[in-house]
Ligand binder design. Structure first.
Ligand code: SF4
Length: 259
């Protein structure tokens, strides 16, 4: 589908509006209380799910609440604590190096500028943008695997390189919308527009999506592909989320939040 730049922008914004209505509860899915916690959680989230990271971090942050304490953590103990997130040896090395640099060069506080964040060991542009957007309130587009894939399916970009995806998508939206756009697109990628089998037949943006038909178009079959709170049988969880229940409240009510 060839569209003019103006039509592309208009369509992109319509898609964003529908995603905003579909996921009014979209937020960063990693639990954190400050920039340090988000940075650590983001490092841990590589190659695993946010749900798994959220199960691991409460004990980790209780023991190491800041960069100074984490920098001095015994490596074997740290490895044990983060083991469930996978790649725990590499991740514990990253976290120790990261915490040490924050202590040595930034007086123990996570820096709030992109150019500083990307100098930290193991922190790339994606992690830096996540931290800036969600812990410092600086609008940012987080191009993870879901965001990249959906941006291409929506026709917002043809690029594979995350930095180029970011700049193509940034041109379609107002800066103030970048952070929430990222959350909503990632939510949609996790629940509906999966890498292998997108659930096109029940997708709320199907009418606007140039990739409609790439996945299952039969509504009954597509419904079975939905994940998390949209999965069949989880109507109660979905209702609670629409009502604004927090993650802590949902967990306390016995909802597991897993895919
Ligand atoms: S129509 Fe299909 S490809 Fe397009 S966003 Fe929806 S699920 Fe993804």
């Amino acid at each position: 589908m060839d569209v003019s730049p103006i039509a592309l922008k208009r369509r992109a914004q319509k898609i964003h509006r529908i995603l905003a209505e579909t996921y009014p509860y979209a937020v960063a899915e990693l639990d954190f209380r400050n920039p340090f916690e988000l940075l650590v959680a983001t490092v841990l989230s590589a190659q695993t799910t946010d749900v798994r990271v959220n199960l691991t971090t409460p004990a980790l942050f209780a023991r190491y609440p800041d960069a100074r304490s984490l920098a001095e953590a015994p490596e074997d103990e740290l490895q044990e604590m983060i083991r469930p997130t996978g790649f725990f040896r590499a991740k514990s090395r990253s976290l120790l190096a990261l915490a040490t640099r924050i202590v040595d060069d930034f007086d123990g506080a996570v820096p709030g500028r992109l150019e500083d964040l990307v100098t930290l060991p193991g922190v790339g542009r994606k992690t830096a943008n996540v931290v800036l957007a969600n812990a410092f309130g600086v609008p940012g587009i987080s191009v993870d695997t879901h965001f990249g894939r959906l941006s291409r399916r929506f026709g917002w970009t043809t690029e594979e390189d995350p930095v180029k995806v970011e700049s193509d998508v940034a041109a379609l939206f107002e800066r103030k919308d970048w952070t929430m756009l990222s959350h909503r697109v990632i939510f949609h990628g996790r629940r509906v527009c999966h890498a292998k089998k997108p659930a096109c037949g029940v997708c709320p943006v199907a009418a606007l999506c140039p990739s409609y038909g790439e996945g299952e178009v039969d509504a009954a079959k597509a419904r079975k592909l939905l994940k998390y709170e949209l999965a069949p049988g989880r109507e109660d969880l979905h209702r609670r989320m629409l009502e604004g229940a927090s993650r802590a409240e949902l967990l306390a009510a016995g909802h597991t939040l897993s895919a």
